[in-house]
Design a protein. Sequence first.
Length: 280
Amino acid sequence: MNSKDSPFPNFSADPCSSFYQYLTSQRPEFLPMARWESLLPQQGQPDASLMSSNHFPWPHGTTVLAFTYDNGVLIAGDRRATEGFQIAANRMEKVFQTDGYSAMAIAGAAGPCVEMAKLFRIELEHYEKLDGQPLTCEGKANRLGHMVKANFPMVLHGLVVIPLFVGYDHKREVGRLFKYDITGGRYEDTEFHAVGSGGKDARSTLKEYFRKNLSESDAVKVALRALINAADEDVGTGGPDLIRRIFPTVKLVDPQGVRDVEDTQLAALCEALVNQKQET
């Protein structure tokens, strides 16, 4: 059987340390971009102009943020996905662990965003298995930038994917934060950043409350405050739902690895912040 007729990759024929590069050269039909491109109307079809406009029939993730704190870096996101003027989901996951010491959050078209996050995690696992050691923090950020750049043709159809990437750099002994633009441009930020429909409002809060060397507990409070304030101003951002017990996703990346902040802790902090806003 020819390797291209097999549903399984043949890495012995092409021992490339980049799983994404392997798919691009050998099995491009498996790439998320190829699958989503097949769903788009071609030039000359009646819906082509609509699909290129700002009216999209698929869910979009909204607000995610990240910033450094005393022992590492925090990354968080709300749980809402919107579809036009409707709420598509209230429990969407937008923050993903990508390996033992890194995580990413996504804003944009929900389907391609989630697929990119999953593929990026496989990319890092594949490199470590073939090379025998993990990529450096900066190397991981570069690999993600290549994937964002490859998605640019889909951006022209409205399938935008904008990630935030964070990781703990053991050589520098510091948490690092990387942001991207739609062309795959990669930029490191030493303090904070937020993207998505509520990103501007979240950044305004972070600008006011962010301090260098925040403690872990204070960092979680600042992240929740930023997301709550963004939800107050932006219809696409979901705030904490105290009745259905839906809270933002918050992950911490430090020398011990990636950790989730438990819902019980988030619930107590969200209730305190909401009560504080009601009293003012």
